[in-house]
Ligand binder design. Structure first.
Ligand code: APR
Length: 246
């Protein structure tokens, strides 16, 4: 634990001296909010076939896909609340110390914690889009008792998050790449770094000279390649300790 205290100090110093720090988060930042990760211990993909979220499967049988999607992403995830890590990132943004968060998560917890500059690289559960006419709806206004939910035009609604076989939202990609040119410090929290193109982003920043702090109880693809300070801790625990310096 002593070693972690020194690492926390060093991480806080890096954050204090940064000019354009950003957060880069994955499923691990929401585990302490009760949302399981996709991989590793209690990973969703250990018990659910990832093809549940493949675009071709959704189009082939939307009613069937929606049954699982509703159960996992709306009934279960829907109750989660931001944890200390989400709140710490929001506080650091309010203090002007971090400029924003790029998240792979679709749970809206960064925004609920108070972060305002959030790039949702994989979209969001909060909206749905008609696959026929493109009209967008707020998920909370959509009745999920009759599946699949449909648009006024009769088309099927799809959650507005990125399915496998689906591209990254263009504005999210463009905004993220702009941030990678400007950032001098990325705080990576809770991601295996196994899913592209999201995982390319920290490498781009690192090539541009950015420092990397990583918080994850287990090493990721970043840890032994680009991470400068690796905190082998849970997100809430590490960010709470870091915030003691601000
Ligand atoms: N605090 C911090 N990190 C944690 C915690 C915690 N309490 N618990 C688990 N982790 C770490 C795990 O060690 C793992 O490295 O969070 C990471 C979760 O990894 P994944 O489940 O692979 O999540 P992520 O990297 O965000 O996945 C990327 O894959 O399935 C797609 O679109 C989905 O956005 C997701 C993408």
């Amino acid at each position: 634990m002593e070693h972690n205290a020194e690492l926390i100090e060093k991480a806080a110093e890096l954050i204090k001296n940064s000019k354009y720090a950003i957060g880069f988060t994955g499923a691990g930042v929401s585990v302490e909010s009760g949302i399981p990760p996709f991989r590793g211990e209690n990973g969703l993909w250990n018990t659910t076939d990832p093809s549940l979220l493949s675009l071709s499967r959704f189009y082939r049988d939307p009613a069937k896909a929606w049954k699982d999607i509703k159960k996992i992403f709306y009934d279960f995830f829907g109750q989660a609340k931001p944890n200390a890590a989400h709140k710490a990132l929001a506080q650091l943004e309010q203090k002007g110390i971090i400029k924003g968060v790029i998240t792979q998560n679709i749970d809206n917890l960064h925004q609920e914690a108070g972060s305002t500059n959030v790039i949702e690289f994989h979209g969001t559960c909060s909206n749905m889009v008609c696959i026929k006419c493109g009209k967008k709806y707020r998920s909370k206004d959509v009745d999920l008792n009759n599946l699949p939910p449909t648009c006024k035009c009769g088309g099927v609604l799809k959650p507005d998050f990125v399915f496998f076989e689906e591209g990254i939202p263009e504005d999210a990609m463009n905004e993220s790449q702009k941030m990678m040119q400007k950032t001098d410090l990325i705080i990576i929290i809770g991601t295996t770094g196994e899913v592209m193109p999201a995982a390319y982003l920290p490498h781009t920043a690192h090539r541009n000279g950015a420092k990397i702090i990583e918080i994850n109880p287990h090493p990721s693809t970043f840890t032994n390649s680009i991470t400068d300070i690796y905190l082998p801790m849970k997100a809430g625990e590490a960010m709470t300790a870091i915030m003691k310096n601000f």
